[in-house]
Design a protein around this ligand. Sequence first.
Ligand code: YH5
Length: 288
Amino acid sequence: MVHNSVLQCGDHPLDLSEPVVMGILNITPDSFSDGGQFYQQDRLVYDTILRKAEQMVADGASILDIGGESTRPGALPVSIDQEMDRVLPVIEKVRELGVVISLDSSEPKVMQEAIELGVGLINDVRALRREGALEIVSASGLPVCLMHMQGDSPLTMQKQAQYHSVIDEVADFLEYQVERCSNAGIKQSNIILDPGFGFGKTLRHNLTLLNRLDQLVALGYPVLSGTSRKSMLGQITERGTDQRLASSLSSAIIAAQKGARILRVHDVAETVDALKVLTATCNENWES
Ligand code: YH5
């Protein structure tokens, strides 16, 4: 079963015949990547966010991933109202930019509101395991990204990073979640899979998943890979989060070479350029 290369994300078709870039738009005060620059005196600075979103689109992002829950290891949960206050106004504004808007959330109420505002994709690090999420996504007809996380909370996931075979367990988990989705009426052509780099995994687990990503690709669904600036890269290079561009690009290209079709990244322009080199190389037989 090979996936169709075009996903219909609400109003927007998303062509996955070549790898595309998903830009990360974090709307959390502790957002590691921006040092909290989106916040000033506890108040969201929407202009800054909107400018960042516009820049990502200009730099070639096909998708913007908007999230208001911090899912860093050990992060504390946010309330539903807080999450809504963070993401909904941003979704309303960036909708006009003409790219696919992805909602990074596990919360059914947030999903429902975001769907009404016109998001094109649901990205759930908990793979629709929260009560009601499956039904809402099914009714929306939108594509969904199912991610693997051991356990169900960033607060506890690193405490139980144990696997017999990490690749087999991740694949089994994702296939089980696909089955749940199918039973709830979600079309298989609307499913994206993600091994969940850094979510309840040691460095060795993450590297095995990256090295064997083709095994997940072989399941027949588009694969999303998110390694950008993650601590696995810091562990390899011994560099802090603001010094992980080169390692982030390397890991994105490795993932794309193994068949990942969506690269979730902070550094859009650089990743788009790196992918251009890969796709130009792979297309040598198509045209001169
Ligand atoms: C993902 O992999 N990740 S949020 C810690 C970091 C850097 C980045 C300290 N949402 C994923 O990006 N959704 C997140 O360094 C995601 N796949 C999908 N589908 C965590 C994150 C990060 C955490």
